[in-house]
Design a protein around this ligand. Structure first.
Ligand code: AMP
Length: 467
């Protein structure tokens, strides 16, 4: 037997129907972000090593141990991007800065060499947004409100918003000094990683999952105690705007983010249940110094990244599998060669008209029973049975799967919708609000979209076939 290959450790195939959840997440993001004025940016997956070392910081876990490094043929180190903010800023400085502020969003895979577990993978997908050139708390509020709406639209209400302010280049140094002093006094109790972080990235100690470090972090000084007047007023401004929109959030004085570039506002959206240890669905914050550090003119900025795998885990608990697997609107069932040829043509006409239609396309001699079974298995909403008799008598035999109702529709001579006896159809279907002809028809098309669309197309297309 030939060798079977396996997916690389920490990487995953996102199979149907889970892939549908990714699609839903992406589709809603596109719709919603556009309404907030964010435009899509498509970024390369490979970037230079230095881009991340300089922006995220050499003392961070990502740069120290999590990057997938890909040497190119000239010996230069490229990396599979571990996050996209640095890439967005690079792209902005390179190609957009001359046009002023920009509101951008992206969707794509990121790569980090982490220990895989539930909700943590080596390739994972993020949806993110970045607002570059905006310094006030208004856009901080906008991004948080956008996410709040996004989760509500997805039916995920139990997500907690936590915010904090880390200070700026004026007030952060005194905070850092106080923190380092406190941590140095308690150094003996810290884990090995955190002892190292003390000199490279002391803020990160507050984020460590080690129990001993967590206890020490609980009594550590918080950035909020050291905020300068401007940072304090920015933080108050943000809270005022969020309150104005009646969004519930928590100020978490110990919330920090692991990357060097964050200033002022940081925030997280955390799931209360369903994600275990990896409960942060979104992480975001302000990075007012990064654009300048990366060679651009000074421009304040803020962004977030949302983990799609974690979102999918939450959605999976809300949406049943059967809701995800939407069956065809119509399954064409044929009996005999002539009926197969007829169904084959009708199939493509229906599909071209915008309908999800299916049939046993590569088995012209499949039995009626087995076709019906197949139609059932893939959850078809209706079956159109085309047998020799139906062909001869120009009849449509339509079976609605959910109600089990069957309709025999004569199509000979039908030139337009007005000729259909909609009243009779209505009584058969018992669909409230089912109307007929003219404007009323157009209106009910919205209410009873699928069925009416289906029937309309049937008759239009059958007439064409006849002609
Ligand atoms: P970060 O870029 O670290 O701020 O992460 C932002 C969001 O991306 C997190 O809240 C997670 O939802 C998601 N995320 C980060 N790392 C991973 C990972 N290794 N696997 C899956 N999702 C991740």
């Amino acid at each position: 037997m030939s060798k079977k290959y396996q997916v690389v450790k920490g990487f995953r195939d996102i199979l149907p129907p889970e892939s549908k959840l990714f699609w839903l997440a992406e589709k809603l993001a596109r719709d919603l972000f556009a309404r907030f004025g964010y435009q899509e940016i498509l970024l390369p997956v490979l970037e230079s090593y230095d881009l991340f070392a300089c922006s995220i910081g050499t003392g961070t876990d990502i740069v120290e141990k999590e990057m997938f490094i890909v040497p190119d043929k000239k010996g230069q180190n490229l990396v599979l991007r571990p996050e996209a903010t640095a890439s967005v800023v690079r792209a902005y400085v390179e190609g957009l800065a001359s046009q002023g502020p920009a509101k951008l969003f992206y969707f794509g895979p990121m790569f980090r060499y982490e220990r895989p577990q539930k909700g943590r993978y080596r390739q994972f997908w993020q949806i993110g947004a970045e607002a570059i050139g905006y310094g006030g708390p208004g856009v901080d509020a906008e991004l948080i409100l956008l996410l709040d709406l996004y989760f509500k639209d997805l039916g995920l209400a139990e997500i907690q918003i936590r915010i904090n302010n880390l200070g700026c280049k004026i007030c952060r140094p005194s905070y850092r000094e106080a923190l380092v002093k406190y941590l140095t006094d308690n150094e003996a109790g810290l884990c090995e990683d955190c002892r190292r972080r003390l000199s490279t990235n002391p803020l990160r100690v507050l984020d460590c999952k080690n129990e001993a470090c967590k206890t020490i972090a609980q009594s550590a000084p918080c950035p909020g105690e050291f905020l300068c007047v401007d940072c304090a007023s920015h933080f108050e401004g943000l809270q005022r705007l969020l309150n104005l929109q009646k969004v519930s959030f928590q100020v978490d004085p110990r919330l920090v983010r692991g990357l060097d570039y964050y200033t002022r506002t940081v925030f997280e959206f955390q799931a209360q249940t369903g994600l275990g240890a990896q409960n942060a669905v979104v992480g975001g914050g302000r990075y007012d110094g990064l654009v300048e550090e990366m060679g651009g003119n000074p421009a304040p900025a803020i962004g977030f990244a949302l983990g799609v795998e974690r979102l999918a885990l939450l959605l999976e608990q809300k949406i049943s599998r059967s809701e995800l697997v939407a069956g065809p609107e119509v399954f064409l069932i044929f009996s005999g060669e002539e009926a197969y040829r007829f169904a084959f043509q009708l199939l493509f006409l229906l599909r071209a008209s915008g309908l999800y239609a299916e049939m046993a396309i590569d088995e012209p001699s499949r039995s009626l029973r087995s076709q019906l079974k197949f139609s059932d298995r893939i959850k078809s909403k209706s079956a159109l049975i085309i047998g020799e008799d139906e062909l001869k008598n120009k009849l449509l035999n339509l079976k609605l799967m959910e109600s089990g109702k069957e309709l025999k529709l004569e199509y000979q001579g039908l030139k337009n919708l007005a000729n259909i006896d909609w009243e009779e159809l209505k009584s058969h279907l018992q669909t409230p609000g089912f109307a007929y002809a003219g404007r009323e028809y157009e209106q009910t098309l919205v209410q009873n979209r699928d069925l009416l669309k289906l029937l309309k197309i049937y008759f239009n297309e059958l007439n064409k076939l006849e002609a």
